[in-house]
Design a protein around this ligand. Structure first.
Ligand SMILES: Nc1ncnc2c1ncn2[C@@H]1O[C@H](COP(=O)(O)OP(=O)(O)OP(=O)(O)O)[C@@H](O)[C@H]1O
Length: 312
């Protein structure tokens, strides 16, 4: 890892000792404070990066899969949607990306920087994805074309949204690859996805998602990686989101991961957000019995493994 990226183990060890996690008020004197927080404190009104209002998703039989969900991702913050498998996290993120599977019915409003995405055509969605909202999936093959070199894919993304030359686009792309700490970026630019390791492809996907500085949705982005690579990738993502002052909706079933990354946590269960608030409040004073269970589980994992990482 690069020298300025905080290692999981070091970070967790110190957090476990202090009983707090970065991103919370307790760390405010030591951490980078996003500009938007300062502006919000000063009373300046800002559009939410993403706002979900009364989102309902039903299957073809009318069964409710996501029920009346509302939440707000503020500019410059990381909002973790935390919940067990099947709770509706991925469907929520797919709704925001305009990628709901056929046969599902959606109601409610999705606003991106104030723009309601409700009745966009597929053509309009293509203009938005990558430019205004980027996504990091669990499996890079969901986003990377197997038959195109990495440099071409990143360059194409930039060319499809910005008035730049192919040369400029690929220069920017290569710069982004170095920001995700890939070595020998000239070689990576010419490589095909199957020639890179899983961890390298995940970094390429992060580079692609962050390239045009959109709002970012990360859906269990490291679940398919081994423990060490997972820790490196999460640490890198956290660092870049802070450095670039970007907003991220991070989807996870892992309470330890949420406690490491989140400014705000929404706990999702059976299609509903049952509790949400600042990470400090949710982890320190959970109200719902289910959230209390999650917090007890987190404490046990920290105690038993010394807070050693995302799969601890
Ligand atoms: N295309 C679909 N058609 C019908 N039901 C679906 C479809 N996709 C998901 N579901 C159902 O919707 C519910 C929520 O699924 P979702 O994938 O959002 O859960 P999740 O919280 O992301 O879980 P996981 O982490 O396992 O992906 C589940 O009961 C799932 O079976």
């Amino acid at each position: 890892m690069g020298g300025n990226v905080v290692g999981w183990e070091k970070l967790f060890a110190s957090c476990a000792m202090d009983g707090v996690f970065p991103g919370h008020d307790d760390f405010s004197d030591r951490l980078f404070i996003p500009d938007c927080w300062r502006k919000a404190q000063e009373g300046e009104i800002m559009d939410a990066a993403v706002e979900i209002k009364h989102l309902n998703i039903r299957n073809a039989n009318g069964q409710s899969l996501v029920h009346n969900s509302s939440f707000c991702l503020k500019p410059g913050e990381t909002y973790c949607l935390l919940g067990e498998s099947g709770s509706g996290k991925t469907l929520t993120s797919k709704a925001i990306l305009g990628m709901l599977p056929a046969g599902l019915q959606m109601s409610g409003d999705i606003l991106l920087r104030g723009q309601n995405l409700k009745s966009l055509s597929q053509k309009d969605w293509r203009k938005i994805r990558g430019r205004q909202v980027g996504v990091i999936f669990q499996h890079p093959e969901q986003a990377l074309h197997p038959a195109l070199p990495i440099g071409r894919q990143l360059g194409d993304l930039m060319l499809s949204h910005l008035p730049v030359s192919r040369h400029e686009a690929e220069q920017q792309a290569e710069k982004m690859l170095s920001q995700v700490l890939l070595k020998d970026t000239a070689h990576v630019m010419k490589s095909y996805p199957h020639e890179l390791s899983g961890g390298m492809n995940q970094r390429v996907m992060i580079a692609m998602a962050l390239l045009l500085k959109p709002e970012v949705i990360a859906d269990e982005p490291t679940s398919a990686l081994d423990v060490t690579t997972q820790a490196e990738v999460i640490s890198l993502l956290h660092h870049l989101i802070l450095e670039l002052n970007m907003s991220m909706l991070f989807i996870t079933h892992d309470v330890l991961l949420a406690s490491y990354l989140a400014d705000t946590i929404g706990v999702m269960r059976d299609g509903e957000i049952i509790e949400q608030g600042s990470a400090k409040r949710i982890l320190g004073q959970p109200e719902h019995e289910y959230t209390k269970q999650l917090c007890r589980y987190r404490s046990q994992r920290l105690l038993s493994k010394g807070g050693a990482g995302p799969n601890a």
